[in-house]
Ligand binder design. Structure first.
Ligand SMILES: *Cc1c(COP(=O)(O)O)cnc(C)c1O
Ligand SMILES: [Zn+2]
Length: 378
C-alpha cells in the first residue's frame, strides 16, 4: 500500500490494516503518511480525486467521478467584505458532499483488503457517501444513524441498498452502536469517516486541487466547518505535504468554524487546552457539524496552532442568515452546515483576522438539495 500509519503525536508507526486501532500510547486515530520523496506533481493524470494517485494508497479505485469540483469567484460577498473570495463547490460531488472524496479512497482500500461488509455511524452525508461507494464496489453497508437525521439523507442511504439501524439517544450512541456491532462481527469492518486514516487521505485532494488551480499559490486563508474535523485535517495535511515537496509557496491559514450549539474545539481553543472536552450539544440547523467529542480533537487543536488558524463559533442566527444569503446573492444553494463557514468568514473579516485584499477560499461542503426546511412536513 506504499504508505504507513503513524501517530501524529508520538510517531508510533504501523503497517496499514483494514481497521486500524488508535495509537496504543496516545489513544488517538493514526494518520496515513507516504514515505517522503515518492511523489511529485509530474505524472498526474485525469481529473478528480484519482488524478492524485501518486499521493493515495496504491489500490484499484472505486470511483464515481468524485472531486474536481468547481472553484468559483464570489460575485457579491467577497467584494462587499473586501476579500478576494472563492468558493469551492463540494456539493457537486456524486452524492452531494465532500464526503465522497473520503469514501472513495476508504472503500477502495477496504475492497483491496477483501472487505465484504462495512459500517459507519452518520447523520447523513457520510452515510450516503459510504453507502454509494459500497454499492459501487459490491460491498454491503450498515449505517447507524441517530433518530433525528434528515429524512432525505436517510432515503438516499437506503436507495443505495444500505441497511439502516436507527439508534435512539444522542449522536455518540450511534458511534458506540457501530463500534459494538463491528467488534461482535467476524466480517463487519468499521469504516469510520471520523476515525479512519484512509478517509482523511481522500480529503487531502481538496488541498491538491486548490493548489493546482491557483497555480501553486494557495490562498492566504481557507475556512471550513468543523465537526469530526476530517476535512480540516485533510486540507491542512494536503497543503503541508505540498509545501514539504516544494510544490507550493505558502501554507494557508486554515480556520475551523463550529456552531455555537456544539463547539468542543472552539471551547478547548479558547481555554488553551490540548484536547477538547465533550460538550452537551444544543439545537442547531448545522447537523453535519454536531459532534460533541471529535476523536481527532487533540490533532485538530495542534494543527490549528501549526498553521496559525483560528477556531471560532457562530450563532444560529448567523448560520441562518448566511444560508439564506448564499442562494440569493451568489446563486449557490448549500445545506445549513456549509453556511457555518460563511458566517465564520464575516466574523474573521470584521475582526481583522482576514485583511482587505487577502485571498480566501470558503469550502462549501454540501448541496442544499437534501435539506428539508422546518415545517415542510418532510
Ligand atoms: C461532514 C460534514 C461537515 C463536517 O466535516 P468534518 O470532516 O466532520 O469536520 C461539514 N459540512 C457538511 C455538509 C458535512 O457533511
Ligand atoms: Zn501516539
Amino acid at each position: 500500500m506504499r504508505g504507513r500509519l503513524v501517530c501524529p503525536f508520538c510517531r508510533h508507526v504501523q503497517e496499514p490494516t483494514p481497521q486500524p486501532e488508535p495509537c496504543p500510547r496516545c489513544q488517538v486515530p493514526l494518520r496515513y503518511e507516504l514515505p517522503p520523496s515518492t511523489v511529485s506533481w509530474r505524472g498526474l493524470a485525469g481529473r478528480g480525486v484519482w488524478r492524485y494517485r501518486p499521493f493515495l494508497p496504491s489500490v484499484a479505485p472505486v470511483s464515481l467521478g468524485e472531486g474536481g469540483t468547481p472553484l468559483i469567484p464570489s460575485s457579491r460577498l467577497g467584494p462587499q467584505l473586501g476579500a478576494r473570495l472563492h468558493f469551492k463547490l463540494e456539493g457537486a460531488n456524486p452524492t452531494g458532499s465532500f464526503k465522497d472524496r473520503g469514501a472513495s479512497v476508504l472503500v477502495s482500500v477496504l475492497a483491496a483488503f477483501g472487505a465484504r461488509r462495512v459500517a459507519d455511524d452518520s447523520s447523513g452525508n457520510a452515510g450516503a457517501a459510504l453507502a454509494a461507494y459500497a454499492a459501487r464496489a459490491g460491498l454491503a453497508a450498515v449505517l447507524f444513524v441517530p433518530t433525528h437525521a434528515s429524512t432525505k439523507k436517510l432515503a438516499q442511504i437506503q436507495a443505495y441498498g444500505a441497511e439502516l439501524v436507527t439508534v435512539p439517544g444522542p449522536r455518540p450512541q450511534a458511534t458506540a452502536a457501530a463500534k459494538e456491532a463491528c467488534q461482535n462481527s467476524t466480517d463487519l469492518l468499521y469504516a469510520s469517516h471520523n476515525e479512519s486514516p484512509y478517509f482523511e487521505v481522500g480529503l487531502r485532494t481538496v488541498a491538491y486541487e486548490l493548489a493546482e488551480e491557483l497555480s501553486g499559490e494557495p490562498p492566504d486563508h481557507v475556512l471550513v466547518p468543523v465537526g469530526g474535523g476530517g476535512l480540516f485535517l485533510g486540507l491542512v495535511r494536503g497543503f503541508l505535504e505540498l509545501a514539504d515537496l516544494g510544490l507550493i509557496s505558502n501554507v494557508p491559514r486554515v480556520h475551523a468554524v463550529q456552531a455555537e450549539a456544539c463547539a468542543p474545539i472552539v471551547r478547548a481553543w479558547e481555554q488553551g487546552l490540548a484536547a477538547p472536552e465533550p460538550v452537551c450539544p444544543g439545537k442547531t440547523v448545522a447537523e453535519g457539524v454536531c459532534i460533541p467529542l471529535p476523536p481527532r480533537g487533540r490533532e485538530i487543536l495542534a494543527t490549528l496552532r501549526e498553521v496559525k488558524g483560528v477556531a471560532l463559533a457562530v450563532a444560529e442566527e448567523e448560520i441562518e442568515a448566511a444560508w439564506r444569503e448564499l442562494p440569493v446573492r451568489e446563486g449557490i444553494y448549500v445545506e445549513p452546515t456549509s453556511a457555518v463557514a460563511v458566517a465564520g468568514l464575516r466574523r474573521l473579516c470584521a475582526a481583522g483576522v482576514i485583511e482587505p485584499g487577502e485571498r480566501v477560499v470558503v469550502v462549501l461542503t454540501g448541496t442544499g438539495l437534501k435539506h428539508s426546511p422546518a415545517g415542510s412536513g418532510d
